[in-house]
Ligand binder design. Structure first.
Ligand SMILES: [Zn+2]
Ligand SMILES: [Zn+2]
Length: 215
């Protein structure tokens, strides 16, 4: 009997990862190429489509989303997958291959390599827990970016701040997306709401409005 290094439940098979966590980790590894592609539309911030060449004194071109750029770059998703595969190969005494080709081809190769080693990782690798947690964190953060966000125009009144202070009072200050800002910041309590929580923010606001009109 061992304890699964990911969910920390007892595992009767004596493995490093239990059957459920092994399967979940496999699914997460398999989903990496699709998540990589799913990030592409998020390279540019919303509303930047159709920017012409900006001449002297014109508006500065909107920057690309640097977090997304990093995740899609050589050190991002593909770097994480390749580092883990290199660790696995080293610990198994296998030759570590030098990745070649474009980022997408490298990512696919790393995913294939990791999946081929999953049975050994799950049963025998002492680092299986760190690996499984790292992959889970990576996939969670990618899903957070890709999750649909409601369109919010610059300067638009988004609703009222749903933050709750230690005494249980809802902040209620009016929220706007200020020009030039990437996140909505509450002018009163300074709570910051980045784009990936806007969908959730809208839900909170709708709930508060409903509760208010029912009262
Ligand atoms: Zn488990
Ligand atoms: Zn607030």
């Amino acid at each position: 009997m061992t304890t699964c290094l990911l969910c920390e439940q007892p595992d009767e098979t004596g493995s490093m990862l239990c059957v459920g966590c092994t399967k979940a980790t496999e699914v997460r590894v398999q989903s990496l190429p699709a998540l990589y592609q799913g990030l592409a539309p998020f390279l540019r911030p919303a509303g930047s489509v159709g920017q012409g060449r900006s001449g002297k004194g014109g508006p500065a071109p909107l920057p690309v989303n640097e977090d997304v750029l990093d995740l899609r770059g050589p050190g991002g998703i593909v770097g994480v997958a390749e580092r883990w595969l290199a660790d696995v190969r080293r610990d198994r005494g296998h030759a570590v291959a030098t990745p070649s080709g474009g980022v997408e081809a490298r990512l696919q190769a790393a995913v294939t390599g990791l999946l081929a080693n999953m049975p050994w990782i799950a049963v025998s690798w002492p680092a299986a827990g760190y690996f499984a947690k790292d992959i889970r964190d990576l996939v969670d953060s990618l899903r957070t970016i890709i999750a649909p966000t409601p369109a919010v125009a610059r300067g638009q009144r988004v609703g009222t701040c749903p933050a709750i202070d230690p005494s249980g009072t809802i902040c209620g200050a009016v929220l706007h997306l200020a020009p030039g800002e990437k996140a909505i910041v509450c002018p009163w309590c300074t709570c910051s709401y980045p784009p990936y929580v806007w969908a959730q923010l809208k839900t909170w606001i709708d709930e508060d409005t409903k509760a208010h009109s029912a009262a």
